[in-house]
Design a protein around this ligand. Structure first.
Ligand SMILES: C[S@@+](CC[C@H](N)C(=O)[O-])C[C@H]1O[C@@H](n2cnc3c(N)ncnc32)[C@H](O)[C@@H]1O
Length: 209
């Protein structure tokens, strides 16, 4: 199921002039290989939220070749830091190359391995944590995020509508995991959550306590 009607998606896509030449190159690379980057609509959303919050420190769980991280790197400004975690070294190396090409290497730190094992070894606090790891691990993410995210910070997760599979009467393991994180977030006394139905659904949760 398309979350956004394709005609509306096309309209939105036409509005998005490339924000940066390196980002445009990353989009071409991602689309040509069918790599699931968040794309320019979500990219603009996370950039706006990061800028509005004055975020200086961002952590990503599951960074791919650095497309969403690059949007955050633009938003945090000089002296800001985006910490990427990615279990493929090949993707991590490609992310480093793109950050270098865009002149943003000094805003970038990357750890190769399982994000859920790396994150607890990092020192917080972070202003934003963006989650895009393997979906079956989603129910474990919130416990990892809590000690690292400051009150007033944002936790965001991609694929929270999972091509509409969240409506399934017989959800598979990935969908059940997404539904579990959704329930955790909406019931959490220390987060206030919404899901923006952009692309594949992105949740935005404010850490309130
Ligand atoms: C959907 S892609 C991320 C795309 C990225 N957010 C973007 O829009 O540019 C998910 C990435 O997370 C990585 N990944 C999945 N599960 C992971 C985990 N548990 N720890 C670290 N990386 C993981 C995959 O190798 C993949 O590159």
């Amino acid at each position: 199921m398309d979350i956004v009607a394709s005609a509306v998606d096309e309209y939105l896509a036409k509005l998005s002039v490339p924000a940066d030449p390196t980002l445009a190159e990353m989009e071409r690379y991602g689309y040509s290989r069918g790599f699931p980057i968040v794309g320019p609509q979500v990219g603009r959303l996370i950039y706006i939220l990061a800028r509005a919050l004055g975020a200086r420190r961002v952590l990503e769980l599951g960074s791919g070749f650095g497309y969403s991280a690059y949007w955050f790197a633009l938003a945090v400004g000089e002296g800001g830091k985006v910490v990427l975690t990615e279990w493929s070294k090949e993707n991590a190396d490609r992310a480093r190359d793109y950050f270098k090409k865009g002149g943003l290497l000094d805003r970038f730190e990357i750890h190769v391995g399982n994000a859920l094992e790396i994150a607890p070894r990092l020192s917080g606090p972070f202003d934003i944590i963006f989650n895009d790891i393997d979906k079956e691990s989603y129910p474990r993410v919130l416990d990892v995020v809590r000690p690292l995210l400051r009150v007033g910070g944002l936790f965001m997760s991609d694929n929270m509508l999972w091509s509409g599979a969240v409506l399934s009467k017989n959800p598979d393991a990935s969908t059940q995991a997404i539904l579990a994180l959704t329930k955790q977030l909406y019931e959490a006394p220390d987060f206030f959550t919404t899901i923006a139905p952009i692309r594949d659904g992105v949740s935005v949760s404010l850490r309130t306590a």
